[in-house]
Design a protein around this ligand. Structure first.
Ligand SMILES: *Cc1c(COP(=O)(O)O)cnc(C)c1O
Length: 463
């Protein structure tokens, strides 16, 4: 019996049993017939404020460059994942009806853990490897707070201390994420803080400064450099953090098999690339072997269109220019992303792995305005009962656009979208959308070019 618009048919939900949780991450480096461009050291002059020391444990380094196709997930990490994994895949039947589409829309939901997003997948893995390497304390910088929350929870799981430098403006505007980190025992300070030299200097110059992610990272780095027992760690963008997210796609492969449909299109939001890589790479491996020709669509904010409008160049991964240079699609590390609500998608570039795949034509990119994004996010909430994070609403909108195209073309593709996190701490953004205060942002080519002109000039081998 059908009750109202509710669909209770259990076939619309695809759950894996606990023992079906993947035992490996998928490493796409094993299947590529090309090498990623090497990282380059930054100019020495950028190190006046102290050398950049990124001491990543050997096991994590091996995961960044190794060619082992399936990397075993350590038992301790799998045990921690069991708190919320495997995560469900749903068929979005009500959304399909609302759109009047002939497409089948499925979505995988990563918001069902304490951090509220996929970021806990790599936070746990990283905390585990750092702990094993003898590190007692981790520092990081966080903007909107999702990464800080994930790392705080992971540090608690492995009995480590955690210090989070949270961008000052977010510290004030997002009190609940701050509270979550504190609940997990993390030491959270507004950046700039008086706890570091660089923070004190900036506060002296401009006591009212509200900070930015570059500064928060710079403080976290300085902190880690000043203590033997401490390391700095980051949530996204590096090969290893994408590797840790591939558990999403490996689960989804099994779940789509249960559903009886292989996706024709996979859609995810694109920040530094970890949730996008996490769901797409295991499916992409079937394209590489010629078995399938799935489309992979990354959805960016129109305010930060690195793949759709950036250039494939060497750039810094941080805003302050002390990190090694990586070849990525970038808008330039000096690009100032307008203050859109999807904080997790404001990064100026995307990972070198996703960039290389895009450059070789394996991926597609689209960019949308935030009012359209929130329209689809709100629609998804009403029809499917989950409020997507503003970042994840990008994936929803990408799926909606594909479903509308299918309706118009009279085709029935299978679409799989990744809901990377929930939006229950982002109510200010949804309030602003409902009040009609939300602005679209138009970036001119000149703005992008001006930022790209500040990129370092490097000699590429063989170029
Ligand atoms: C951080 C974040 C993103 C963007 O980061 P990626 O590395 O591109 O995945 C997307 N969605 C949510 C919910 C996030 O917290």
């Amino acid at each position: 019996m059908q009750l109202g618009t509710q669909v209770s048919d259990p076939r619309y939900r695809f759950d894996l049993a606990p023992e079906q949780m993947p035992e490996h991450w998928y490493n796409i480096l094993a299947d590529l017939d090309f090498e990623l461009p090497p990282d380059l050291p930054p100019p020495v002059s950028n190190h006046e404020n102290g050398a950049f020391k990124m001491q990543v444990p050997m096991e994590i380094i091996r995961q960044s460059i190794g060619k082992m196709r399936y990397v075993p997930i350590p038992e301790e990490v799998r045990n921690a994942y069991r708190q919320w994994r495997p995560t469900p895949v749903f068929r979005a039947v009500n959304l399909e009806k609302a759109l009047g589409t002939s497409a089948r829309i499925y979505f995988k939901y990563e918001g069902g853990n304490t951090s509220g997003s996929h970021k806990l997948n790599t936070a746990i893995a990283q905390a585990y490897y750092y702990k094993k390497a003898g590190v007692k304390r981790l520092t990081t910088g966080t903007g909107a707070g999702q990464w800080g929350t994930a790392l705080s929870a992971a540090c608690h799981m492995f009995g480590m201390e955690c210090k989070v430098y949270m961008v000052g403006i977010s510290y004030q505007q997002k009190p609940y994420r701050r509270s979550m980190m504190k609940l997990y025992g993390a030491d959270v300070v507004a950046s700039p803080s008086t706890d570091t030299r660089i923070g004190r200097e900036l506060l002296e110059q401009d006591p009212g400064t509200k900070g930015n992610i570059a500064l928060a990272i710079a403080e976290a780095l300085e902190d880690a450099n000043s203590r033997e027992d401490t390391r700095f760690c980051i949530g996204s963008g590096e090969n290893y953090s994408i590797l840790h997210q591939t558990i999403i796609g490996m689960e989804a492969q099994q779940q789509m098999e249960m559903a009886g449909y292989y996706p024709d299109v996979v859609v995810a939001s694109l920040g530094a690339g970890s949730n996008f890589g996490g769901i797409t790479l295991p499916f992409l491996s079937d394209n590489l072997t010629g078995k399938r020709s799935t489309r992979f669509i990354s959805v960016e904010p129109a305010a930060c269109p690195k793949l759709s409008r950036g250039e494939y160049r060497y750039d810094y991964t941080d805003f302050s220019g002390v990190t090694p240079l990586e070849k990525m699609y970038t808008l330039g590390h000096n690009y100032v992303t307008p203050d859109i609500h999807a904080g997790g998608l404001r990064y100026h570039a995307t990972s070198k792995l996703v960039s290389a795949l895009y450059d070789r034509g394996y991926l597609e990119a689209v960019a949308y305005q935030q009012r359209d994004i929130f329209n689809s996010g709100a629609l998804f909430c009403r029809e499917e009962g989950i409020l997507p994070a503003p970042e994840s609403a990008h994936a929803v909108h990408g799926a909606v656009m594909e479903a509308i195209k299918a309706r118009e073309a009279g085709t029935s593709p299978t679409i799989l979208a990744l809901i990377s996190g929930h939006g229950y701490f982002d109510m200010t953004a949804y309030e602003s959308y409902m009040a009609g205060n939300m602005q679209d942002v138009h970036i001119s080519d000149e703005q992008i070019q001006a930022s790209l002109r500040t990129l370092p000039v490097v000699e590429e081998e063989g170029a």
